[in-house]
Design a protein around this ligand. Structure first.
Ligand code: DC
Length: 219
């Protein structure tokens, strides 16, 4: 495909990556791929099958029998749409733990690279610019203070009618940042050639416009 354009957006949880990535992709008329949702789908299956992450044989078997796809904003696990199931705190935790395992990363990175080879994409995650699409045409590293990220997450939960303690939400975010950025394999890290965007105090529209401005996209 000629003039293929790949946009990598990495950053910690709650920085607004998926909301922004979705908007940028829509404006450009290209696909959005949420790689976090892929780790979450595997986490969900591990939970449902009660697999112990230390049991490498069981994990390998499970992975060999797992099919994951991401089409039109929908995450599909073994033929089932699991968009809603993967957003629970239990899945967040297991996805973070499972994403540190080489077997899990290998499987998903191969899939993600294939997706980036055949079409133009906006892909968000933790290691897209540093590992999955190292030759992406544009790379962004999106951050925001942990207080702001916790506030956004807390508002999201409240809108869904769930009650949560703001301090606990922030503590969980800090813990996940630590897990994701200190793991040995492809940790959360800004690529040397990525543009850093601190979204603290910025609106969704402002961040979206900033990215479109960088890639000089005019609708
Ligand atoms: O973006 P998210 O919160 O939905 O991601 C879920 C977990 O998956 C997160 O703890 C980190 C991991 N992840 C990863 O290791 N690499 C990616 N490219 C995307 C997500």
């Amino acid at each position: 495909m000629k003039n293929k354009i790949r946009i990598a957006i990495d950053g910690p949880s709650g920085a607004g990556k998926s909301t922004i990535a979705k908007r940028v992709a829509k404006q450009m008329g290209i696909d959005y791929i949420d790689t976090g949702a892929m780790y979450r789908a595997i986490g969900c299956k591990i939970l449902e099958n009660r697999i112990d992450l230390k049991d490498k044989e069981a994990l390998k078997q499970l992975l060999a029998q797992t099919e994951i796809d991401f089409i039109d904003g929908t995450i599909i696990l073994d033929g089932e749409i699991v968009n809603d199931k993967i957003r629970t705190p239990a899945v967040s935790k297991i996805a973070s733990d499972a994403s540190a395992l080489p077997e899990v990363r290998e499987k998903l990175v191969v899939l993600q690279r294939k997706m980036g080879q055949v079409k133009s994409v906006v892909m968000d995650g933790r290691d897209i610019g540093t590992n999955v699409l190292t030759d992406a045409e544009y790379k962004f590293f999106m951050t925001a203070s942990s207080a702001e990220r916790a506030k956004r997450r807390w508002l999201e939960l409240s809108e869904k009618g769930e009650t949560a303690d703001l301090a606990q939400v922030e503590a969980d975010i800090i813990q996940r940042d630590h897990n994701d950025s200190t793991r040995v394999l492809n940790p959360l890290k800004k690529a040397g050639d990525a543009i850093e965007l601190d979204t603290t105090g910025m609106t969704i529209e402002e961040v979206t416009q900033k990215i479109l401005e960088v890639i000089k996209w005019q609708s």
